[in-house]
Design a protein around this ligand. Sequence first.
Ligand code: AKG
Length: 265
Amino acid sequence: MAHSEQPDMSSPAHLSSKAVERVFHQKGFVSIENFLSDKMLEDMQCQVRRFINQILPSLPAEHVFCETHDDRSTLKQIQHLEQHDPWFGRLMEQGPFRQLAERLLHGPVQARNMQYFNKPPEVGLATPPHQDGYYFMIKPCEAVTMWLALDHVDEENGCVRYLPFSHQGGLRQHGRTTTLGFSQGITGYPSSEERERELAICAKPGDLLAHHALTIHRAERNRSPHRQRRALGLIFYAQTVDVDEVAHRAYQVKLKDELVRSRRI
Ligand SMILES: O=C(O)CCC(=O)C(=O)O
C-alpha cells in the first residue's frame, strides 16, 4: 500500500485566516473547503483503510460500533483512533487540526478523541440532535469538534445540520436515545422554527467543519442505496478547562455495561 509513514504536518493556508475564526465565534461553526491537500487526503484515506483492515480487529468492544452487532459491513463508529495507532496519534498531537483548534480556542488545547464515523448506505441511522458539551462534562464549556469529510456528503447521505448561533444559548436538556454512539439527544428538538433555521452543510472529501461544543447539530439517516458517508471527528478541549473525569468515566462504564448486556457491542 502506497502511503506515508508519517502524517504530513504542513499547515493549510486557511489556518492563518481571520475569517475562519470570526465565523466560528459568530455562528458557532465554520466550514473550510479543501482543508487537506489532495496528497494529504489520499494519505488519510489509505491510513483509514489500513486502520480498519489491520487495527480494528484488536480493538476493545466499547470502541467499535456497528449498526448490526458484529457485522463489520455496518461499521458506524470507532473511538480513539489516536490511542490505537501511532500515525493517528501523531496527526492528532502535531497536525494541522491541533493548530486550528488553538486558533479557535485562543490558546493551548488538549487533544481528547479522534473518531471515525460512517453512515453505511441504507442502514446508517440518524445522529440525534445534541451539543457535544453535554457529553464532555467540562467547565467552562470551551471545546471544539472538527469533522473531516472523507466522502461527498449531502442531504441524501446524511450531512451534518447545524443550528446557527445556538452556541450562545447554554446547554439544553438531553435525554437517553437508543442510538449507538450517541446515547444522549436534546429533548423536544427541533421546533418547527428551529428546523427552518437549521443549515444542512454539504461537503466533499478533504473539507472540514468545525463547531463549538455548545452548537446544536444533528444528521439524518443515509437514504442512499450505495453511497457511504465517512468522516473523521477530532475533539479538542481548551487546556484550562476542568474535566469531571470521575463522572465521565462512571458514565462510560455504565454505558458499556448496558450495551454489552443488550448485545449491541
Ligand atoms: O457524523 C455525525 O453524524 C455526527 C458527528 C457529530 O455529532 C460530532 O462530530 O459531534
